[in-house]
Design a protein around this ligand. Structure first.
Ligand SMILES: CC(C)(COP(=O)(O)OP(=O)(O)OC[C@H]1O[C@@H](n2cnc3c(N)ncnc32)[C@H](O)[C@@H]1OP(=O)(O)O)[C@@H](O)C(=O)NCCC(=O)NCCS
Length: 179
């Protein structure tokens, strides 16, 4: 599949290459902010393990395999020639979130708050409009994650039913965007 276009100069969405990209994803989770990022993504404290290169390779290989099985489409977020995050569209229901659902993480904290996340979301939404017959796009986030809640609200997402608490006592909000 070709890279996905974005509206920001220097920002590109490229396909994952497990061996090439795993050392980069590992560096995000090994940094001082790594644990905070995993918590923001909705990982429960007790589920967070020490990151390893093997595990990062495995996660990226799973992304590639999910794509082969038409279950997920994944892009690495490249800004100014550096891979700084990952974005994906799930094509099957997962954690009670209907497909297609959009997900995003800027792993390298210094690139947050610069308009990159919102621009990537706009590209994911455009992709779903152009290449699927979906009428609604879904996602979910921790209720406490104000940044992603603001970002999604500014893109037109609305709450989908009431917030709920999962088995790890984390409070989630499902959201949806009619298109
Ligand atoms: C959430 C995340 C993807 C947002 O991407 P980003 O590039 O930092 O956000 P942007 O700079 O594009 O800002 C998008 C919107 O978020 C909101 N926002 C950004 N920074 C914010 C902050 N510090 N406080 C409150 N709202 C903020 C604003 O509404 C902004 O839109 P606006 O500029 O039109 O007002 C990114 O911060 C991230 O990856 N965080 C860690 C992992 C995570 O939380 N992932 C989401 C899991 S569901």
């Amino acid at each position: 599949m070709k890279p996905l276009p974005t509206s920001l100069t220097d920002l590109a969405l490229i396909k994952p290459n497990p061996l090439q990209h795993a050392p980069i994803t590992l560096s995000w989770f090994m940094s001082n902010n790594g644990k905070e990022t995993l918590l923001l993504m909705g990982n429960a404290e007790h589920e967070i393990e020490t990151p390893t290169l093997e595990n990062e390779i495995q996660i990226l290989e799973e992304f590639v395999e999910l794509e082969v099985n038409n279950a997920q489409i994944t892009w690495m977020i490249e800004f100014d020639k550096r891979v700084i995050g990952v974005a994906w569209i799930e094509l099957t229901e997962n954690h009670n979130v209907l497909p297609p659902s959009v997900h995003l993480m800027i792993g390298d904290k210094k690139y947050r708050g610069r308009g990159i996340g919102k621009t990537v979301m706009q590209s994911l939404i455009r992709y779903i409009k152009d290449y699927t017959d979906a009428r609604v796009i879904y996602s979910r986030h921790l209720k406490s994650n104000v940044v992603v809640a603001n970002m999604n609200h500014s893109l037109g997402f609305i709450n989908d039913k009431a917030a709920y608490v999962d088995k790890n006592e984390l409070e989630w909000q499902n959201i949806k965007l009619p298109i």
